[in-house]
Design a protein around this ligand. Structure first.
Ligand SMILES: NC(=O)c1ccc[n+]([C@@H]2O[C@H](COP(=O)([O-])OP(=O)(O)OC[C@H]3O[C@@H](n4cnc5c(N)ncnc54)[C@H](OP(=O)(O)O)[C@@H]3O)[C@@H](O)[C@H]2O)c1
Length: 339
């Protein structure tokens, strides 16, 4: 069994007197900065000069500095900018400002595991990785809950890295959901696998193919959207709360029978497992990391083309129209997407 920690195991007081620099104010950055501030921590946000998020962070009541100034100010420096730019920003603005005994933190292990960032030996290097989108880290915290987190320690120069990590997890609300101890390697490999095979790659492809199958058979796109896309969250909410059992309890017996009869027709067991193992192997061997690093060095042409293609897909077009007309359709704030 993995080591699990909850709020009772975390002492937020371990952050007393420590200055926490949150580098970046995107999905995770805004959530960590605001949650920690509301938990009573001393926080500042580090942004590049001219950042479009500078004013938003200040308006939210946070102090903002340049990345270099924030890294110098902080005893704890949390890297919450895009993984693909972290190595450059670390080298130019963070590394020169780290002091012995500081804690350098990450929310994902990519740059440490694949050695894009190699910190000095006299700082703690640890990770608190929320297992959910940043906007949900914010919305669940505000609602009194929290997104479970993974804790990993790569370097424990001060001997206090676990205490700092657990206190940080409590501060962002993660300990309300549970903190699992792991390693940078395991977090990196499972995180990349989960998002590629199941959460993003798998689920979005499944919804898209379901939508297309119904529309190509002559059914209304609105019907296909409700059936294959909108309802996904409603089903997942039940699984999230009470496992597959609560989902199967709530759906009809007809739906449950269909689940067993057709699930493996859509995802043939042996073939799908073989494909998933191949995806995992590419992650473990560094093949995926190499491709992603190269994509960023060559203008992101594949990513940009796919993003544009997805925006034009009928499921996105009809979905936008339907959501706009829902009673809550004028709420475009991702921070309230889970409530
Ligand atoms: N997204 C998630 O839900 C999620 C979940 C778990 C873990 N993580 C991890 O959390 C970390 C942050 O991910 P994220 O998705 O929150 O990132 P994100 O939203 O893409 O981060 C954007 C932030 O990074 C800043 N930034 C980008 N390039 C920069 C540069 N060259 N110099 C300085 N700042 C720069 C942006 O600055 P501007 O404000 O100037 O644009 C912005 O504030 C990553 O390690 C990721 O793997 C993310």
């Amino acid at each position: 069994m993995a080591n699990m920690y909850y709020e009772k195991d975390c002492d937020l007081g371990k952050l007393d007197g420590k200055k926490i620099a949150i580098i970046g104010y995107g999905s995770q950055g805004h959530a960590h900065a605001l949650n920690l501030k509301e938990s009573g921590c001393d926080v500042c946000v580090g942004l590049r000069s001219g950042s479009k998020n500078w004013a938003a962070a200040e308006e939210a009541g946070l102090q903002v500095k340049t990345v270099a100034e924030a890294a110098k100010w902080g005893d704890v420096v949390m890297m919450l900018i895009n993984d693909e730019v972290q190595a450059k920003v670390y080298k130019e603005d963070v590394a020169p400002n780290l002091e012995s005994g500081n804690a350098l933190m990450f929310a994902h292990g990519f740059n440490i595991h694949f050695k894009q960032i190699v910190p000095p030996a006299d700082v703690d290097v640890l990770m608190i990785a929320p297992k959910g989108p940043g906007h949900t880290v914010r919305s669940l915290y505000v609602g009194g809950k929290g997104v479970p987190c993974l804790l990993a320690v790569e370097q424990n120069a001060t001997g206090k890295a676990v205490d700092i990590g657990l206190a940080y997890a409590a501060g962002i609300g993660g300990a309300r959901g549970g903190v699992m101890e792991t390693t940078f390697q395991d977090e990196t490999e499972t995180d990349l696998f989960g998002e590629q095979a199941v959460l993003c790659g798998g689920v979005i492809e499944l919804m898209k193919l379901g939508f297309e199958t119904l529309v190509e058979a002559g059914y209304a796109p609105e019907n296909a959207y409700f059936e294959c896309i909108h309802e996904m969250k409603l089903i997942i909410d039940l699984i999230n709360k009470g496992g597959i059992a609560m989902c199967n309890y709530s759906i009809s017996d007809t739906a449950e029978y269909g689940e067993y009869v057709s699930g493996t027709r859509v995802l043939p067991y042996e073939q799908t497992k073989a494909n998933m193992r191949a995806v995992l192997k590419d992650i473990q061997d560094g093949v995926f990391a190499g491709k992603w690093i190269a994509e960023n060095q060559t203008g992101r042409t594949f990513l940009n083309a796919k993003r544009a293609q997805m925006a034009r897909h009928p499921m996105e077009v009809v979905g936008a129209e339907l959501r706009k007309n829902m009673l809550w359709g004028d709420d475009a704030d991702p921070d309230t997407a889970s409530t």
